[in-house]
Design a protein around this ligand. Structure first.
Ligand code: BGP
Length: 480
């Protein structure tokens, strides 16, 4: 693509993103306890199992494979992987800490030293290459014991366990980590409560009540963590993390426009309003009333939320959503992962995720207009099947095209006046898919030889996009 007219800021944080449970493996090593991801089966079954009432959180080796158990073995290969990130010129690496490595059951008083030491080694390795870590404290891997014994985030007691965990991390890594994110994709919780909140709802009503209550607990926990982080690490930057999918009205029928607005507020704005502005939005009251949601808010909770607002907003962007109030039977289920209807102007990935770079420019403008705090895109990318050629090369031009168009949209948004801190495309090294458990849904610049049935050498190799992204970083986004 020809030279762009926009300019990415000096010090822009180019990098890549992963999550502990999707790449570390070593699920029973180093004193780690079992977590939610460890009992999530892989392959095509996962979408059917998660969120189903009665999901029993047990391992059934006869029936399923569990790709997270070995992940891509980052636990043992992190030096090799970080060296590859450094070769691409990463300025930053977004990663997460597995809660159950630090507190194996989640409710202990003492942290597990072996778990803490592992992340010390990872941070030291990053430091060697001047790669700034951005650490998600909780990314879809609540300790299993907190689910089976406490009922996950429905239970208020989990707030205290999380606070202890977060405080432990701040104290331990205060000289190594400046950027933190509290909960991954916090607003996804009402959509897929199992992943974010650690419970599977019994009915649609309990789903709403329990997930909004669970979210309230996470808001308090997040705010407590922000307060503690700021005290323990002066100058630290702590962000919230949202799934952001701008909502389009299907057409200009005012009924559809109003419905799209309501969906947008509930999905995209509800959590950001609480975590950035420090108060529940005005629209929540009516929504709760009409849906029979009664939040239990203890004395002091709202003050904590007010005092623990975040410094920046990070978000994942994969798709927009096209909304229609009354769908025809043919339209139902035809939309994206997060619902809605098919957008006739967009093509989609092999998994039906609509590809919409302009939507990213819209997202950035909407978020900046609403909150005026720095923004950080901490996930974006194309899940695709890759083909290894006979000579070992992987020509992932489709991925390059996807990323190029999204980076171009970011440049345009910067030119629009948006304050964007950085960009960490998802799954910079191939890893286990969160929604399907598949290895074959790949996002990486680095290919990992591992397959859906668990076979493969785990060898790493560089895709064509590896060299392309290296040049994007080297030219600070001037050559796409
Ligand atoms: C986000 C999650 C990630 C991740 C990504 C891609 O929702 O935060 O953990 O995996 O989506 O999704 P998937 O792996 O299902 O393709």
């Amino acid at each position: 693509m020809s030279k762009s007219t926009y300019q990415f800021p000096e010090g822009f944080l180019w990098g890549g993103a992963t999550a502990a449970n999707q790449l570390e493996g070593a699920y029973l090593e180093g004193g780690k306890g079992m977590n939610l991801a460890d009992v999530m089966p892989g392959g095509k079954v996962r979408l059917k199992v998660i969120g189903e009432p009665g999901f029993d959180f047990k391992i059934d080796n006869e029936k399923y494979v569990y790709p997270n158990h070995d992940g891509i073995d980052f636990y043992h290969r992190f030096k090799e992987d970080i060296a590859l990130f450094a070769e691409m010129g990463f300025k930053t690496y977004r990663m997460s800490i597995a809660w159950s490595r630090i507190f194996p059951k989640g409710d202990e008083l003492e942290a597990n030293e072996e778990g803490l030491a592992f992340y010390d080694r990872v941070f030291d390795e990053l430091k060697k290459y001047n790669i700034e870590p951005v650490v998600t404290i909780s990314h879809y891997e609540i300790p299993l014991h907190l689910i089976t014994e406490y009922g996950g985030w429905r239970n208020r007691e989990v707030i205290g366990f999380f606070e202890r965990y977060a405080t432990t991390l701040f104290n331990r890594y205060k000289n190594k980590v400046k950027y933190w994110l509290t909960f991954n994709e916090i607003n996804g919780a009402t959509h897929m409560p199992i992943l974010g909140l650690g419970f599977s709802p019994e009915t649609e009503e309990t789903k709403l009540q329990d997930s909004f209550q669970g979210l309230h607990h996470q808001f308090v926990a997040s705010a407590l963590a922000v307060k503690a982080g700021h005290e323990i690490i002066p100058g630290s930057q702590i962000g919230c993390m949202l799934i952001y999918a701008p909502t389009y009205s299907y057409d200009c029928n005012p009924e559809n426009v109003l419905h799209a607005l309501q969906e947008e507020r509930l999905f995209n704005n509800y959590c950001g309003d609480v975590q950035v502005r420090g108060a529940y939005p005005a629209f929540a009251k009516r929504f709760f009333k009409e849906n029979g949601i009664n939040l239990e808010i203890k004395e002091g909770d709202l003050e904590i939320i007010k005092e623990g607002t975040v410094d920046f907003i990070s978000f994942s962007y994969y798709m927009s959503r096209t909304d229609k109030k009354n769908k025809t039977p043919e339209e139902i289920g035809q939309g994206n992962l997060i619902g809605g209807v098919k957008n006739p102007f967009l093509s989609a990935s092999d998994w039906g995720w609509e590809i919409d770079p302009t939507g990213l420019r819209i997202a950035l403008n909407q978020l900046y207009d609403r909150y005026q705090v720095p923004l950080f895109i901490v996930e974006n990318g194309l899940g695709a099947y890759d083909k290894v050629e006979e000579d070992g090369s992987i020509n992932d031009d489709y991925r390059i095209d996807y990323l190029r168009s999204h980076i171009d949209a970011m440049g345009e948004a910067i030119e629009d006046g948006v304050n964007l801190m950085g960009y960490t495309p998802w799954g910079c090294i191939d890893l286990v898919s969160a929604s399907t458990g598949e290895m074959s849904k790949r996002y990486g610049f680095i290919y990992v030889d591992k397959h859906d049935d668990g076979s493969g050498t785990l060898n790493r190799s560089k895709k064509k996009s590896f060299f392309w992204y290296k040049n994007v970083i080297a030219t600070n986004g001037q050559e796409l």
